[in-house]
Design a protein around this ligand. Sequence first.
Ligand SMILES: NC(=O)C1=CN([C@@H]2O[C@H](COP(=O)(O)OP(=O)(O)OC[C@H]3O[C@@H](n4cnc5c(N)ncnc54)[C@H](O)[C@@H]3O)[C@@H](O)[C@H]2O)C=CC1
Ligand SMILES: Nc1nc(O)c(N)c(N[C@@H]2O[C@H](COP(=O)(O)O)[C@@H](O)[C@H]2O)n1
Length: 607
Amino acid sequence: MDHASHARKAQPHIESPRRCNGRRPPGRPPQSEDTSTPVDLTGALEKQAQRGNANDLPRPHSAANNTGGVEPRPPGRKPADSLFDIPPNLSRIRRLLFECNDPIEITQEEFDTYWPFIDNVWVKQRSNASKEGLCTSDYYMCRLRRPTHRPSETRPPLPEGKRPRKKRSREGGTCNFQIKVVRFEGAYSAVTISRTPGSDSTHTHDLDYSDRVKRNSGVMEFVRRESVKGYLPSSIYAKFQEEPEKLNEAGGRSLTVTDVRNVAAKWRIQNPEVQLVPHEGYEYQKGQGIIKSATANGINETSQLQPQPQLPSQMQPTLPAPSPQLPPDTLAFPQFSLEFLEPYLPTLPTHHSEKSEFPHVTLSYATSMDSKISLRAGMQTVLSGPEAKVMTHYLRSRHDAILIGVGTVLADNPGLNCRLEGAGGFGGLGRMWQPRPVVIDPTGRWPIHPDDRMLRTAVEGKGRAPWVVVSPGAPINSDRLMMLKGYGGDFLRIVEYNRDWRLRWEAILRALASEGIKSVMIEGGGTVLNELLNPEYTNFIDSIIVTVAPTYLGHGGVGVSPESKLDPQGNPNAALNPRDVKWTPLGQNVIMCGKIRLQDMRAGAPP
Ligand SMILES: NC(=O)C1=CN([C@@H]2O[C@H](COP(=O)(O)OP(=O)(O)OC[C@H]3O[C@@H](n4cnc5c(N)ncnc54)[C@H](O)[C@@H]3O)[C@@H](O)[C@H]2O)C=CC1
Ligand SMILES: Nc1nc(O)c(N)c(N[C@@H]2O[C@H](COP(=O)(O)O)[C@@H](O)[C@H]2O)n1
């Protein structure tokens, strides 16, 4: 398998449920269920309209303005222009929101963006809200739970002259799939979607069948946008068929001209004087309806036949630019192979899903030729080239948590998220598939401010808020506690020390495992790495992945070098020899991978 396809498969955003352990993480708001609150999706539809090209799309509409006049028709739309501005990874995310295999946690914005494209599957049953209104729970059942028609004897008699409405019976019978959507609004807004306890574990039908039964409001919004420009319904329908892949992705494969007419009719009632027209390149012919005009066919064909300039293969960039709709710090998925990392990475959760006492631990850092990881303590130093940086983010995507010492937080103010295209917040869904940052800060040195990158990243839905490991005496007042919890983070107190009054790593790793963390990537800094490379802890470390940079940082740098060892005769010995070592060049860096642990300390792990 080539790397790109493998890596995409292993991406956290859809394929792997491993970050989703079903437990309530520390800091997650409690759920409350008292009073009713209606759902409002108009904001989502406005957002969709705003995302599009301002020249092409109608102004964001609201209930107040959608009865207004005709939106301007775009003069001479170019053939490449699309009628659909669909959000990234839509078909995969629709599938995820249809299947709801595990609880899903997403931002309010992601919910607003994606829910309109799946709302056809669900019918809301009831809503509850907390007294303060910060937490609302909406209960939905699958639309196909409703019996197709009531037994005839219970139907009320029809008025004279009225024929009974024809109802088609549905294949697959009724479906007892039910979900709960819980929204929490605060500094950290989150929406969780999960199956309700009484629900079946799967639908009795597939998503395509739901799409055939009813069209979703995302697709219908695309129809509405074209309708309000005064186009003929059959022309809108024909234009949509020019982009079948996008239409399918949005769940509109079964869209009919009647669906388009129904949407257009609502607007037409308010605008009876408007002369409806076909789109450019189409014409209305009596008896034939809407057909492509001959000239338009000519233009389209010649433009499609233009050969695209091709770069010679050796000039193809190795790091392609990510999609322009994604955040500017998105890293494009690598085109080069990262297969060499596989033996050193945690196994995917399906093979390793039993609860272990300790997580898989990978040490991963970048070093100079003289084993320095930064020029000076308190200073960030870039040692990874662009390819190695992408590799580091791939490694982040393969771990449940990323751990650093407080010295690194104070020096680097890191984001500690995975910024690869496809990760949550970077074209993928939800921060729940982002790794959890963990900071070792026994004495509470990190002031924790909303401007810190880890917190901003969490607010923007591009990562998780950190867990901060503290010792019992750390000064954590209730304001700090509430602030961190408000962002979705938490403090973990560890009470086990070694003889030097350092927190014991067994205790830290055990605490992470008990919070559902199955794998942790430890990035540094110097103090953390030097401690963990000592014999006392090497049996807790599974692998080491080191990026070596072609530079000497000199004596003043932060070094990585564990305590020296003596053999039984008192002669100096190598402090540590990793096993199964592999060196792989990557851009200007070389990556050293090795295994460390000799025995498996995890409960239930094979010897
Ligand atoms: N090149 C690379 O890959 C990386 C470089 N760095 C660099 O490393 C430097 C920071 O390194 P350091 O100053 O050594 O800080 P550090 O990040 O190792 O943090 C050290 C602090 O963590 C706490 N700590 C760690 N283990 C502990 C234990 N077992 N018990 C109690 N407390 C414990 C202590 O408060 C200690 O002062 C920065 O300049 C940063 O840029 C950091 C990470 C990766
Ligand atoms: N792999 C690697 N290469 C380097 O050159 C580095 N300086 C680091 N530093 C680590 O990455 C963190 C920064 O993360 P964000 O990009 O802000 O998410 C930094 O704190 C170190 O842990 N790593």
